[in-house]
Ligand binder design. Structure first.
Ligand SMILES: Nc1ncnc2c1ncn2[C@@H]1O[C@H](COP(=O)(O)OP(=O)(O)OP(=O)(O)O)[C@@H](O)[C@H]1O
Ligand SMILES: [Mg+2]
Length: 353
């Protein structure tokens, strides 16, 4: 495709946020973002912004295993999409100076698929298993043994004539990633020597992420400009980088060479991402809740009809962030607008009585 990983101009990237069904503030990776994301990934633990505790603990783990001359304990990374799980797995391999093999839970449907991967690992290799909660049950059981004893039993033949052949595996480090740690069976979770839970980033941390990316993309942005974009990024580096690319488009078209707060705000307002990172759907939910239902409580299905969306869309797409931000509350009698929601729409919150 392109030989220069930072040659952003020649990369296909589409325009999420303009395509129906895709949102500029979605936490998940858009298919056309893959190459851009790869180019923006930090390559070492020192370059990885934020997540201080996880970073320190990982650093210790890797350092110690290097001193021992052994492959590191298995690592589980959990946390919402776009916070850096895939990035960290690549950093782990790089820091260990080890080759990296990448696969994912959905790609392993049969235990044979897993056996094929495991038996072809080289000593010390890092195996990244993304979406590990979506692996099939038989594969999961094979993985238990592989993680603990570096051994698998391969079953040959069927029925009464079936025999199982034990196969020794080279030492390897499994790095599992999941957005749903709660869905992992206990026995699997217990076999990881280290679990790192990634948290949402502060706006200060997101500013550092943005500075790094803007440097790679050769953009000229003021401190206030970074703060403006970071404040709209929902605590998520993936979203920060995506918004940054939209600001870059805007600046290019408007022939702006230096981006300050007002330029950044202007660009992102145009894409309907507001000062708190709410998009049109989020604001429609707040708006209905307050203007049509006096702030609630109102049932989810009624609220969904009022904004003209499916219940599921409101519940899974808009609500989690609104709840996380303290804008919407869930009560047994339905959804309510919290004082911060009124304030965000420029209204006086009603007296609590
Ligand atoms: N701590 C960080 N510092 C700098 N950039 C980061 C950081 N974390 C994530 N990013 C950037 O955000 C983007 C998304 O990160 P990544 O793909 O690692 O997320 P993920 O947790 O694997 O998401 P998913 O659950 O969707 O797979 C990458 O392009 C990466 O460059
Ligand atoms: Mg990932």
């Amino acid at each position: 495709m392109t030989s220069n990983p930072y040659d952003f101009a020649s990369m296909p990237e589409g325009n999420p946020g303009q395509i129906p069904g895709q949102r500029l503030v979605a936490m998940e990776e858009e298919p056309e973002e893959k190459m851009i994301e790869a180019a923006l990934r930090p390559k070492s633990l020192d370059d990885f912004v934020g997540q201080k505790r996880v970073r320190q603990q990982l650093s210790l783990l890797l350092e110690a295993s290097k001193l021992r001359g052994r492959s590191a304990d298995h690592v589980l990374l959990s946390g919402p999409p776009g916070l850096g799980k895939t990035t960290l797995s690549m950093i782990i391999a790089a820091e260990m100076d080890a080759p990296l093999r990448i696969t994912s839970g959905p790609a392993i449907q049969h235990s044979g698929d897993l056996a094929a991967i495991l038996s072809s690992l080289t000593p010390g290799e890092v195996l990244f298993l993304d979406e590990i909660h979506r692996m099939s049950r038989p594969a999961e059981e094979m993985l238990y043994m592989a993680m603990e004893d570096f051994r698998v039993d391969i079953v040959v033949g069927k029925g009464a004539g079936a025999t199982s052949i034990p196969l020794e595996l080279p030492p390897f480090t499994l790095v599992g990633a999941t957005t749903r740690a709660g869905l992992l069976p206990g026995p699997l979770r217990d076999r990881f020597g280290f679990t790192g839970h990634l948290e949402f980033y502060s706006t200060d941390e997101l500013q550092l992420v943005l500075r790094r990316s803007a440097g790679l993309m050769d953009m000229n942005i003021t401190s206030e400009g970074y703060a403006e974009i970071a404040g709209r990024s929902r605590g998520t580096p993936r979203i920060a980088n995506r918004l940054l690319r939209r600001v870059r488009d805007w600046a290019l078209v408007h022939d702006v060479s230096r981006i300050g707060a007002s330029e950044a705000a202007h660009a992102l307002d145009m894409y309907e991402v507001d000062s708190r990172g709410l998009d049109r759907l989020d604001r429609a939910v707040l708006d209905s809740l307050i203007h049509k239902f006096g702030g609630g409580p109102v049932g989810l299905s009624t609220l969904a009809i009022a904004v003209g969306e499916e219940v599921e869309t409101v519940e899974t797409v808009a609500e989690p962030y609104l709840v996380r931000e303290g804008l919407v509350g869930r009560t047994p009698r339905g959804r309510v607008a919290l004082p911060a929601a009124w304030e965000h729409l420029g209204l006086e919150p009603p007296e609590l009585g």
